[in-house]
Design a protein around this ligand. Structure first.
Ligand code: GTP
Ligand code: MG
Length: 347
């Protein structure tokens, strides 16, 4: 067995949820924490996604190792936010093929709302496993914030009536989920993660519970999705997140590659507004390293190839009519064109 056959790629984690429940704030917090804990020199930048390396997760999860023992084989986690409505409906169509696992962000003080339920239905349809980030615990009356502590530590520092209040909110969430046919439970009370949806109480504002969330995501994907995450050296498969016009590059597409390798000069097939587009990759780009917090849109570094999972910008001729949300495949073998066409048209 060669090294690459044993290698696991990073799971793609899609963040879904109702408007204003805190998806973007949560990702910002995770990104901020990662930048702080990152070792200098180690820099992977992504387009349309945020990468958290495994050693950062291991560092953060250190205090939890009795509860979530992890020695990570995955290289990290790749997060995709779902900002705005249009993008969301793209994801609805594409859903499962990109997400290995999802986080449903729920404002714990509001419980499941319309778009939370919509998200759950998409995940169920696409058979995407998910866990729930029960967000905004800092807004519980009497909550004493302990910035960046794991949930299991901060909860021990709360007054008894605050613990009871939180348990009641979780209980409401559990019964809402039961009505939708799901068993759910606070994550540290779960025995069998294949049968129960894990609820992780967090605050995107104070960072409490982020360690638990990352450790659990890493642990669960590695344990239950290993086959799916086995790295394949084959032609790339991906999905188009956005179509843009970039100065100097013309029309480009932001792509999440969930399988295989994308190389310069590869022939690609993708969906367009007026039908299938077949073209040749002219350039692959990632944001310039070391400027994470203020990466300007056009500050790009060209790369020769991109391995799954990754978020990259691709330039190629004839992308004016490329369709956001469409699948994209590398054609290695002309005889496969018809098969890919069908697959793209069916989406
Ligand atoms: P959409 O992208 O519009 O669907 O919203 P979103 O889910 O990305 O929510 P966003 O992160 O923009 O947060 C909405 C509001 O909630 C902002 O004002 C945040 O500051 C606030 N917020 C998010 N998380 C927390 C939290 O944990 N605690 C508190 N107190 N406020 C939060
Ligand atoms: Mg948002």
């Amino acid at each position: 067995i060669s090294k690459t056959e044993k290698r696991l790629r990073q799971p793609i984690v899609v963040v879904l949820g109702h408007v204003d429940h805190g998806k973007t704030t949560l990702l910002d917090k995770i990104r901020g924490t990662t930048v702080v804990k990152k070792e200098p020199g180690e820099m992977t930048q992504e387009v349309g996604a945020s990468f958290v390396p495994s050693y950062v997760i291991e560092k953060l999860a250190e205090p939890l190792k009795k509860v979530i023992p992890i020695k990570l084989q995955i290289p990290g986690l790749l997060f995709i936010d779902t900002p705005g409505h249009e993008y969301f409906s793209n994801l609805r169509r594409r859903g499962g093929s990109v997400a290995d696992i999802a986080i449903l962000v729920v404002d714990i003080t509001e419980g499941l709302q319309k778009q939370s339920i919509e998200s759950i239905q998409i995940l169920r349809e696409r058979k995407v496993p998910f866990l729930i980030a029960a967000n905004k615990i800092d807004r519980i009356p009497g909550w004493k914030a302990n910035n960046d502590l794991p949930f299991l530590e901060t909860i021990e520092k709360q007054r008894n009536d605050v613990k009871v209040y939180l348990d009641n909110l979780i209980y409401n969430l559990v019964s809402q989920l039961a009505n939708l046919g799901f068993n759910a439970e606070r994550y540290d009370r779960i025995k069998d993660f294949t049968k129960t949806v894990a609820i992780v109480p967090v605050s995107a504002k104070t960072g409490e519970g982020i360690a638990d969330l990352l450790a659990l995501l890493a642990g669960l994907t590695q344990r239950y999705l290993e086959t799916r995450l086995r790295f394949a050296e084959g032609p790339a498969k991906g999905v188009i997140l956005e179509v843009k016009e970039d100065p100097g590059l013309g029309h480009t597409i932001d792509v999440i590659i969930y399988d295989g390798v994308l190389k310069r000069n590869d022939t690609i097939i993708l969906g367009g507004i007026n039908g299938i587009i077949i073209t040749k990759v002219r350039g692959i780009f990632v944001p310039k390293p070391l400027q994470d917090m203020k990466v300007s849109k056009y500050d790009l570094t060209p790369i020769d190839e991109a391995y799954a999972a990754a978020g990259v910008k691709v330039s190629a001729p004839n992308l004016e009519e490329a369709l956001a949300g469409s699948p994209i495949y590398v054609i290695e073998d002309e005889s496969k064109i018809e098969q890919y066409k069908k697959q793209i048209e069916e989406e």
